[in-house]
Design a protein around this ligand. Structure first.
Ligand code: PHE
Length: 339
């Protein structure tokens, strides 16, 4: 077998090197570079690999020179390959130092804020606080006594119907528990633990079997107010509600009472407020029924009191001009961002 002449080996290497350089300098994207890499530097069937195999065909004395030339060509092609890759990367902006332009304005951090219902609750607490009403909390999971019986709503009372729902599973024989249907429960809890005089407000969630529509939802919030002292009358009730409404809505707000019925107040009224030429129902109120005062151990001959319960969503909707309370719960930032 005749040996491969060193000259033709070198000529072959030179041709390969020129081909590789022109392919790489023409490459403008990753794909073209990869195609060139496989063609020239590919470990199995790359053209460089093929030439490396023909090294073995050189005459023994030519082998060191041939090997040296081979290595030079291989290094040169590898360097061209790196150069081409950097060129493509930087033109796509990935590695360029100018990819971050520090003179551009930064992206603003958008600050959140309190939910309009939370804002309303805090504002109610603040206004009522100025009138001397302390803010207290009560549990959302209630027993029958606080949700119904102590409020003069016995088991067979028709007033239970619209409220009676959302019972929790309890052990057989245990007292049933339910999600409270009104914040009036807190009146009882406070009166059981404290002596008059008493001025409290309690704000929180209540639950009812209501079908959701623009003014109803199975969960909503109430403000409960309770004042018990000697000599309290309906005039105090109306004054407090009017002061509250005027502070909350701003301007001169009128309050109207319509006769109503609640088992735990006597007399009982529905409370409407007029603001901007429109009357809106805001909740219920009345004088605490003497039977309730007795049930918590107060003497109805020495103290009297009033109580009211207003819908937080309703007063918030009124104040912010919202006409569907479901918007408060949808968590759509396009809605919430407006407040
Ligand atoms: N708890 C009553 C309701 O939810 C409202 C109310 C509160 C009425 C206090 C009278 C006194 O409808």
């Amino acid at each position: 077998m005749t040996a491969v002449p060193l000259d033709s080996f070198r000529a072959e290497l030179e041709r390969l090197r020129a081909d590789a350089e022109s392919a790489l300098s023409a490459a403008t994207d990753d794909t073209a570079i990869e195609v060139a890499r496989v063609e020239f530097l590919g470990a199995r069937s790359g053209r460089l690999k093929a030439i490396q195999k023909s090294l073995g065909g050189l005459a023994g004395a030519d082998k060191p020179a041939g090997g040296k030339q081979f290595n030079e060509a291989k290094n040169a092609i590898t360097a061209s390959f790196e150069a081409a890759r950097n060129r493509v990367l930087s033109s796509s902006g990935l590695q360029s130092e100018s990819a971050i332009d520090v003179t551009l304005p930064g992206s603003p951090v958008r600050l959140g804020h309190l939910h309009p219902l939370t804002r309303t609750i805090r504002r109610v607490q603040e206004i009522m606080g100025r009138l001397g009403f302390e803010s207290v909390d009560g549990p959302e999971v209630e027993d029958q006594w606080h949700n119904f019986e102590a409020l003069a709503i016995p088991a067979e009372h028709p007033a239970r119907d619209p409220l009676d729902n959302f019972y929790l599973a309890v052990a057989r024989g245990a007292d049933p528990l339910l999600l409270r249907s009104q914040t009036s429960t807190v009146q009882i809890r406070v009166m059981e633990n404290r002596d008059p005089p008493l001025r409290i407000v309690s704000l929180g969630r209540v639950y009812r079997p209501d079908t959701a529509d623009a003014t109803h939802y199975p969960m909503f919030h109430q403000v409960e107010g309770l004042l018990v002292e000697p000599g309290i009358t309906m005039a105090h009730l109306k004054s407090v509600l009017r002061l509250f409404a005027s502070s909350f809505l701003g301007g001169d707000v009128h309050v109207r009472f319509r006769p109503s019925f609640f088992p735990f107040t006597e007399p009982s009224v529905e409370v409407d407020m007029e603001w901007g030429g429109r009357w809106v129902e805001m909740g219920g109120a009345g004088m605490v029924d003497p039977a309730v005062l007795e049930a918590v151990g107060y003497d109805p001959d020495t103290v009297s009191g009033f109580a009211f319960g207003l819908g937080v969503e309703r007063i918030a909707a009124r104040r912010y001009g919202v006409d569907d309370i479901r918007d408060f719960y949808r968590n759509d930032v396009r809605f919430l961002r407006q407040f």
